[in-house]
Design a protein around this ligand. Structure first.
Ligand code: ASP
Length: 323
């Protein structure tokens, strides 16, 4: 993948635009018009972006692109951090969290959902077909089955089963930075019509307590979209993202005039002041503003995100980091 990897070259460009915007006192004066564009977290974002791009490049809607895009990751059973291939909680349950948000502020979410291949599509159905935002556990499963989703019968993939049984020997919970025990896919997109949407889906932290829900299905934490301003998504230790309302903070910082990368950096700085030992954790944000400018930032080295637009042919970018 290294040949596809680009160390972010865009920040100088964004900084130039930012200084124009700031001196004129308004972020709206940024002139880049990079649309459509899609961003998603981590290397698995490359394959997800391909599917999202098929919709965006055909003038499709961002909300359809972000659902379809992350379905690619959910259905890959080799992926141990998203979908039914995910590593289980400490009791052996693979519990899935997902959310989705559109340009109108419609949103839907499922938490602790088991045995369903595409939690993102259940979240979309919560958004489209119910007066609610969040369904959890058995209620979410019942809703999914009533709406035509199939209950998958296996509990864990053989690989996840083996990893869990090895973990049980010591049963020590220690998230490792940047490895496949916590790599959510968050995807945000701006479509050709200028509308923003986002999605986020995960199996959550490996070996978490049963019933634990992280940031990923929480609107404002793992994902936030404001069609007048921008969209943001998060990955990493969810408790720390929730504490600072991470993705909402990023969007609010863009509203205040910061570039997407700057806005992500400010949210990361807030995370760094946590009362918990965040030195041992990874947290990363990605963001796009209304003009199609984008950026990402993380606590630690090693966070990357995939970008696809007309000018950038699905490249993996290494995010800047605080430490
Ligand atoms: N944010 C997810 C969670 O806390 C995990 C991750 O992004 O890797 O469940």
């Amino acid at each position: 993948m290294t040949s596809r990897r680009t160390f972010i070259k865009f920040s100088a460009f964004s900084a130039a635009l930012l200084s124009v915007g700031k001196s004129m006192g308004s972020p709206r004066l940024h002139t880049s018009s990079e649309k459509p564009i899609v961003l998603s977290t981590w290397e698995h974002g490359l394959a997800a972006n391909e599917d999202a791009w098929k919709i965006l490049s055909a003038n499709g809607k961002a909300i359809d692109a972000v659902e379809k895009g992350v379905m690619n990751t959910e259905e890959n059973l080799k992926n141990q951090s998203v979908g039914l291939g995910g590593l289980p909680d400490r009791d052996g349950h693979v519990t899935l969290d997902a959310c989705i948000m559109d340009e109108l502020g419609n949103c839907g979410s499922v938490c602790c959902l088991e045995h369903i291949k595409h939690p993102i599509s259940v979240a979309r159905m919560v958004m489209d077909k119910t007066p609610h935002v969040i369904l959890v556990g058995d209620g979410a499963l019942k809703f999914a089955l009533n709406h035509g989703f199939t209950k998958e019968t296996f509990d864990r993939t053989p690989e996840a089963d083996k990893a869990w049984k090895e973990w049980l020997i010591k049963a020590q919970y220690k998230p490792i930075i940047n490895v496949e025990n916590h790599d959510t896919i968050g995807m945000i997109a701006l479509d050709a019509a200028g509308n923003l949407s986002g999605s986020c889906t995960t199996s959550g932290l490996a070996y978490k307590m049963h019933g634990r829900v992280g940031d990923s299905p929480i609107i404002g934490a793992g994902l936030f979209v404001d069609n007048e301003v921008g969209a943001a998504a998060a990955t990493g230790t969810g408790e720390e993202v929730i504490r600072v309302c991470g993705s909402h903070t990023v969007v609010e910082m863009m509203r205040a005039g910061h570039s997407p990368e700057e806005a992500c950096r400010i949210a990361v700085e807030r995370v760094s002041k946590s009362p918990k030992n965040v030195k041992e954790m990874q947290i990363g944000f990605i963001a796009i503003n209304k003009h199609g400018e984008f950026g990402g930032y993380a606590l630690q080295n090693g966070f990357n995100f995939a970008v696809h637009s007309n000018k950038i042919n699905n490249e993996l970018c290494d995010a800047k980091h605080l430490w």
